[in-house]
Ligand binder design. Structure first.
Ligand code: MN
Length: 380
């Protein structure tokens, strides 16, 4: 339900949204003008907006009523009082491309905005994922040099999710997958979700684990009544939950089972790169040494999985110190440029990337080469 509050805040509001306004006032002053492929760029569809607005405060819609969602979606397509952020999310065409041009961004790799379809009941989730993937594929076909796309799916029904994943990658030719961390407070390491990971691996489709708010039990500790801000969302909770998701995948042995699976984390790796030494250290003490308590052993150390099976992106973290650390810790082959449009400002992200303190060959990898490789983006 807190996710929904965040989602509605994006719809309704907000002073916090700086993206479009500031970008419009600034001209690009890039000296190097690298080719930039931004890999965590949000969009929405009328169908997602309509379905989310129907969500009750406490859980999924009881009666999916798909016709009413479609009608509401049609109404949203016409004139309605939307915020600037919502308008920016809805546009996967000229308005977005104008923002990209102002900032000097060549491509957006688009993904349905968090929490995707994961809070919806199964039939609604499938419907919204399917229609959103169709709309995404249409935008990519129309602007093949400006847009690529990550497909959404409904993990709450793993078998149906696999079908949509296969359709999206094989038929729609989308470039990868996106999931918004936990689904009904469950994480993808659970065996019931393995078919999703198996399909992603088989299709060589990288899975971007985008944040959402943590499970309800921890929210009271994150949202302090007097703090004047909410730790549950991007300030702390997103990283807490998504970093946990990544750590769970690693220690549960998912990458021994699916060794070619590629996971992408935004926000400079959601804190995980900074923690790899300690994960290895404690793993060696508890699981690999004489005092091993579980008898279960991973084939490799946690940090080794991270370096071979994960990529991170710069979304929302336009900070040289963090980039330099991550480059040293996991290598420039594993880092991709991202903005987090429209929640972050494109020109700030582009200036950061163009001036980043990396050797030119590594700069090119982070700016676009890694994205072309991981998401199978071909230049037309
Ligand atoms: Mn994002």
């Amino acid at each position: 339900m807190i996710d929904r509050r965040t989602f509605n805040a994006a719809l309704l509001g907000a002073a916090a949204s700086v993206g479009v306004a500031q970008a419009q006032q600034q001209t690009t002053t890039n000296q190097q003008s690298l080719r930039l492929i931004a890999t965590e760029e949000a969009f929405t569809t009328p169908e997602q907006l309509a379905a989310m607005s129907k969500l009750g405060g406490t859980g999924p819609i009881k009666d999916p009523d798909l016709n009413s969602i479609r009608n509401k979606a049609r109404a949203l397509d016409v004139e309605s009082p939307l915020t600037r952020t919502t308008r920016a999310l809805l546009d996967i065409g000229e308005q977005r491309i104008a923002d990209m041009d102002r900032a000097g961004v060549a491509m957006h790799v688009l993904s349905l905005t968090s929490p995707g379809v994961q809070m919806l009941d199964v039939p609604t989730a499938h419907e919204v994922a399917r229609v959103s993937n169709d709309r995404l594929a249409e935008a990519v076909r129309k602007y093949p040099t400006r847009f690529a796309g990550l497909a959404s799916f409904a993990p709450q029904d793993p078998a149906g999710a696999v079908k949509e994943i296969e359709r999206s990658i094989r038929d729609l030719k989308l470039h990868g997958l996106v999931v918004n961390s936990h689904t009904n407070e469950e994480y993808l390491d659970l065996p019931k979700y393995w078919p999703i990971l198996e399909a992603a691996e088989a299709l060589d489709a990288a899975l971007y684990i985008h944040p959402r708010n943590p499970p309800a039990a921890i929210l009271p500790f994150l949202d302090m009544p007097d703090a004047g801000t909410q730790l549950s969302s991007a300030m702390w909770g997103f990283q807490l939950d998504t970093g946990l998701h990544a750590a769970r995948l690693i220690v549960s042995g998912i990458f021994d089972r699916f060794p070619k699976l590629k996971i992408v984390l935004g926000h400079m790796g959601e804190g995980v790169p900074f923690w790899l030494f300690r994960m290895d250290q404690r793993y060696k003490m508890r699981n690999a040494g004489e005092g091993s308590r579980t008898g279960r052993k991973l084939q490799r150390l946690p940090s080794e999985y991270f370096k071979s099976n994960f990529l991170i992106t710069t979304s929302g973290v336009f900070w040289d110190d963090s980039l330099k650390f991550c480059r040293d810790a996991i290598g420039a082959d594993n880092i991709m440029f991202a903005i987090d449009y429209p929640y972050e400002e494109s020109s700030q992200a582009a200036r950061f990337m163009n001036a980043a303190p990396l050797p030119p060959a590594e700069l090119r990898k982070v700016a676009y080469e890694n994205a072309e490789r991981v998401f199978h983006i071909r230049r037309s």
